[in-house]
Design a protein around this ligand. Structure first.
Ligand SMILES: Cc1cc2nc3c(=O)[nH]c(=O)nc-3n(C[C@H](O)[C@H](O)[C@H](O)COP(=O)(O)OP(=O)(O)OC[C@H]3O[C@@H](n4cnc5c(N)ncnc54)[C@H](O)[C@@H]3O)c2cc1C
Length: 421
């Protein structure tokens, strides 16, 4: 291929497709290169997408996109060693406008890349980009095998382990800055899912698990309900996995056999197993001469402890990258200085605002007491409250009794938590 494109986008995940769709609609000649057999073939995702960013780009996308279920139930399970405590939050107002949907990436990414193609972008799959072309210190294209393809701008949308941002000298790969996500898709009949999660037809649940399920390792488990399957998995700190010498497949096995989880997945058939890293604290510079970095490649992910958001961040950053390319093209200037407009756009939008708001969260979430002491404390306290085996104390006295010896630590953690999350 020797043609020159206005923009080459590497990676057809949500970040790449959002950029390609936006640029193609603006009339640019766009090439999207994906190493998987099809977009979504290589993507691992727990299964929930917050709707806000995509709804701005494609209003009411849920009317045409392959979504699984609208999430109306938010559940949080705190797991002690012998007990678990579940909060079930059901909110009518999460129905309209919809807050989040469960999706299966194999289907969703194909649909989204298809929208970019419909808008005029060219997609080539099964091609891995190996390197960048440089001319006079500017990035001017990509190398894929023996092909060299030129463009005014390259957009790196190549995910968490972004080869391109490393090749461009924008980041150094350090495995300890990543979390590990492991996911299984477990097939179950539609009715069984709705009964087990107490759902109306078409509605969905997102359940997070914190505590004993990760054996004290910072992280947690999740179950998201799809139409006829569950996305079940864990996300854990790689640093602690290495320190504690725990095998990740052992953790997911323990998670699945845990009574609170086992009852929900019972009788299901595992259709898919996958593992992937999440750039929890890894961050790349976002622009250089001739190149922009979007989504996971730039470390644009936010874990607030309650919400893990990467897809909406990738989509919003893809759209901002397209806007920055448009401005650069109008000025016919693709230098680093001109493309810095991209970062300005991200700062005006939720992407870098949320990164800033939750910048202390990753460090706070490394606190092992969140996964050991506190879930156990809540379970023990409720055990005391519900048990009748003689004279009872008032709830407040039980609280004082159960927290004895840990109160100062708990208070300090609470203050840190309020500053971080
Ligand atoms: C277990 C797990 C659970 C998660 N749960 C959630 C969740 O519930 N909600 C949420 O919002 N986010 C979640 N995330 C994060 C979310 O998956 C990412 O933030 C999101 O996929 C980022 O999109 P992206 O387009 O930047 O990158 P990706 O989706 O990773 O897409 C990158 C694309 O680039 C392609 N590619 C890579 N290298 C090359 C190359 N050299 N040449 C050509 N193509 C290449 C890949 O094949 C891929 O298609 C989760 C992640 C994991 C691992």
């Amino acid at each position: 291929m020797s043609e020159k494109f206005d923009v080459i986008i590497v990676g057809a995940g949500p970040g790449g497709s959002a950029a390609a769709y936006s640029l193609a609609k603006m009339g640019f000649n766009v090439l999207m290169v994906e190493r998987g057999k099809y977009p979504g073939a290589k993507n691992v995702m727990g299964g929930r997408m917050y709707a806000y960013a995509l709804n701005r780009l494609i209003p009411e996308f849920w009317k045409e996109a392959p979504i699984e279920r609208k999430v109306t139930h938010e559940k949080l399970t705190l797991q002690g060693e012998k007990a678990s405590f579940t909060l079930d939050f059901m909110d009518e107002e999460l129905r309209e406008p919809p807050n989040s949907y469960t999706i299966l990436r194999g289907k969703f990414d194909q649909w989204f890349a298809g929208k970019a193609v419909e808008a005029g972008a060219t997609l080539v799959s099964s091609i891995r980009v190996d390197d960048l072309i440089w001319e006079n210190n500017m990035i001017t294209g990509i190398v894929a095998g023996t092909d060299r393809i030129q463009a005014n701008v390259v957009i790196a949308a190549d995910g968490a382990v972004s080869l391109l941002s490393e090749k461009a000298g924008l980041k150094k790969f350090d495995i300890l800055q990543f979390a590990l996500g492991i996911k299984e898709i477990i097939e179950l009949p539609e009715k069984t899912i709705e009964e087990r999660f107490n759902l109306a037809s078409g509605e969905g649940a997102a359940q997070l698990f914190v505590g004993h399920c990760t054996k004290g390792i910072p992280g947690g488990g999740f179950i998201y309900t799809n139409k006829t399957s569950l996305s079940v998995g864990i996300v854990v700190s790689i640093n602690s996995l290495i320190e504690k010498k725990i095998e990740s497949h052992e953790l997911i096995r323990q998670f699945n056999t845990n009574p609170a989880v086992a009852a929900l997945i019972e009788g299901g058939k595992i259709l898919e197993y996958s593992a992937h890293v999440i750039p929890e604290t890894s961050r790349s510079e976002l622009f250089t001469d001739g190149m922009l970095v979007v989504g996971d490649a730039g470390g644009l992910i936010v874990n607030s402890g309650i919400t893990l958001r990467g897809i909406d961040m990738a989509i919003a950053s893809g759209v901002a990258a397209a806007e920055a390319v448009k401005k650069a093209a109008q000025e016919n200037d693709f230098s680093k200085q001109s493309l810095s407009y991209y970062e300005e756009l991200l700062k005006r939008d939720f992407v870098l605002q949320d990164k800033e708001t939750f910048k202390k969260a990753p460090e706070f979430l490394q606190n092992e007491r969140l996964y050991t002491l506190y879930p156990e404390f809540v379970c023990r306290l409720f055990h005391r409250l519900v048990l009748v085996d003689g004279p009872k104390k008032r709830a407040f006295d039980e609280l004082l009794e159960e927290s004895k010896g840990n109160r100062i630590q708990m208070f300090l953690d609470m203050v840190r938590g309020m500053r971080s999350l």
